[in-house]
Design a protein around this ligand. Structure first.
Ligand code: PEP
Length: 250
């Protein structure tokens, strides 16, 4: 049985004071059957560790550089995240692919570097509106899944999290339908099965992300291949985020 997972991606939001307020509020979430994770900007990960230690809320990062240390000005290593208590890290978010030119190969190196530090990658995959219109959703998602998991083995794949985030639904206020999300989630599971076998495909957790809120989360969680959600905008509102989590616990 896969444990539901609700993860929040704050993106580039939250000054120290704002993060303080949000983390204090999220820390009040009550433990349930689902896992709850917040991924603040690097500048607030120390604050997250301070406020969330000893609560049911875990924390992670939104990005990482795939090297242990060295001359990589402005970058953060997996080990740095590890010592701050991060157990999760988002990789391959479409904003990083589109705005910062991250390639499949680079994302795959990040996944490998995180696994080496026992940090669970949340690998984001998803098609653009144009790719969907052209009937290329399955092809694009397969490529991103295979590349992202390219340096992992079957046991590692079984522990991973893959977030299906159609680019056209992110921050759009208009989510995919649960049926659309399930169709791609099932395909992602099939891709993992073909490459790594049954144990990995049954173990890997697949999230949906893209305009999820308390009003639509239940419809996604009702789908057999969707194990939770990656939440952007709604993770900045503690009450809304906890309400999403409580639905996953129900
Ligand atoms: C995201 O950026 O990962 C995301 C899902 O954003 P939103 O929930 O705001 O659509």
């Amino acid at each position: 049985m896969r444990r539901p997972l609700i993860a929040g991606n704050w993106k580039m939001n939250g000054t120290a004071a704002e993060a303080e307020a949000l983390l204090t509020a999220v820390a009040s979430a009550e433990a349930g059957r689902a896992e709850l994770v917040v991924c603040p900007p690097f500048t607030s990960i120390g604050q997250a560790a301070h406020h969330l230690s000893g609560t049911c809320v875990q924390w992670g990062a939104q990005n990482v550089y795939p090297a242990p240390s060295g001359a990589y000005t402005g970058e953060i290593s997996p080990r740095m995240l590890k010592v701050l208590g991060c157990r999760w890290c988002i990789c391959g978010h479409s904003e990083r692919r589109q705005l910062f030119g991250e390639t499949d190969d680079f994302v795959s190196r990040k996944v490998r570097a995180l696994l080496d530090e026992d940090i669970t990658p949340i690998l984001c995959v998803g098609e653009t509106a144009e790719e969907r219109r052209d009937g290329r959703t399955a092809e694009v998602v397969q490529r991103e899944v295979e590349a992202g998991l390219g340096a992992a083995d079957a046991a590692e794949a079984a522990q991973m999290v893959i977030a299906y985030e159609p680019v056209w639904a992110i921050g759009a206020g208009q989510a995919a339908t649960a049926a659309e999300a399930e169709e791609v989630a099932a395909w992602i599971r099939e891709c993992v099965f073909r490459r790594f076998g049954a144990a990995a495909s049954e173990g890997v957790r697949i999230l949906y992300g893209g305009s999820v809120g308390s009003g639509n989360i239940a419809s996604f969680l009702a789908e057999p291949d969707i194990d939770g959600a990656l939440i952007g905008g709604a993770s900045l509102r503690a009450e809304e985020f906890i309400s999403i989590y409580n639905t996953a616990n129900a």
